[in-house]
Design a protein around this ligand. Structure first.
Ligand code: G
Ligand code: G
Ligand code: NA
Ligand code: MN
Length: 254
């Protein structure tokens, strides 16, 4: 059988788990949000990363179902953390552009919030810069409605698309996440360093929060802090880990 047939079954049988990666505020050291990253526990192939099956789910017309599972699981987890009296932390879910372009995307998000009872202020959605540009009027309207509900809107992999300043400011965006390729190259390439500096300055002038992805070293952290970057995410803080382990980053102990 093909992986596509397996995936159909996996969705019915719930063979997925979520790992979470924290985003940390550089001034306070506190976790602001955790990004939910899906993994497929394949019965024969073991744990598969999303690059092995998200495209397949998109092409096979299963992405909405998979995303609904991800949202529901992430929202239930965020509620559980909230009820455990941990410091409030948002959960961030990646939305595929295929899913986002559906007419019922807002309804599906509302349905998940309704059934899980999560405060919308504790939900964040991440959409890629390239997804923003597709069908921009529809995208802008849906994002505005979601933001009016109190949901946080983040733009993922920023810097890899081609949005201009004038374009970006029309969208109700809270946060830009600088793509990790720029962070990776920043210490050895002055061009990449210049791009990071420019993105931070631009985000600040647009009153957006800025997150650097893929931060692996203290040198990167220090440079980003000097430039006024607000938050970091990456292996330096933590790899994506299960719900229990990520909660250690926002318990008040020690
Ligand atoms: O850690 P990692 O290998 O999980 O993530 C690889 C890529 O898969 C990232 O670009 C991430 O945004 C994407 N991804 C992870 N989880 C999801 C998900 O639930 N939905 C979608 N659409 N993409 C995801
Ligand atoms: O595109 P998205 O930003 O959602 O991608 C998240 C992906 O990046 C996941 O595959 C995650 O495991 C990976 N990732 C997260 N932090 C780091 C890091 O510090 N270094 C590297 N190389 N990859 C990272
Ligand atoms: Na992401
Ligand atoms: Mn990203």
């Amino acid at each position: 059988v093909t992986l596509l047939a397996d995936l159909r079954q996996a969705i019915e049988q719930g063979e997925f788990v979520l790992h979470y990666q924290p985003k940390v505020d550089l001034l306070t050291g506190k976790v602001t949000s955790v990004e939910a990253l899906v993994r497929w526990m394949h019965p024969r192939l073991g744990m598969l990363a999303p690059d092995k099956f998200i495209r397949l789910a998109e092409e096979g017309g299963m992405i909405a179902e998979l995303t609904e599972w991800v949202m529901r699981t992430a929202c239930l987890q965020a509620r559980a953390w909230q009820e455990a009296d941990l410091a409030p932390v948002r959960v961030a879910v990646n939305l595929s552009p295929f899913h986002f372009q559906r007419q019922d995307v807002k309804q599906s998000i509302c349905a998940v919030l309704g059934s899980t009872g999560l405060d919308p202020a504790l939900l964040e959605i991440e959409i890629t810069e390239s997804a923003l540009m597709q069908n921009d009027e529809y995208t802008c309207r849906v994002l505005s409605e979601l933001r009016d509900m109190g949901i946080t809107i983040s733009v993922d992999d920023f810097g890899t698309g081609y949005s201009s300043l004038s374009y970006l400011h029309r969208f109700p965006i809270n946060t830009l996440k600088i793509d990790r390729t720029f962070i990776l190259n920043m210490m050895k390439s002055s061009e990449d360093q210049a791009i990071v500096t420019a993105i931070i300055a631009m985000a600040k002038s647009l009153k957006m929060q800025i997150v650097a992805e893929g931060v692996e070293s203290v040198d990167q952290l220090e440079t980003l802090k000097d430039q006024g970057c607000h938050e970091i995410q990456g292996f330096l803080v933590s790899r994506p880990v299960n719900a229990e382990r990520v909660a250690r980053f926002f318990t008040d102990e020690d």
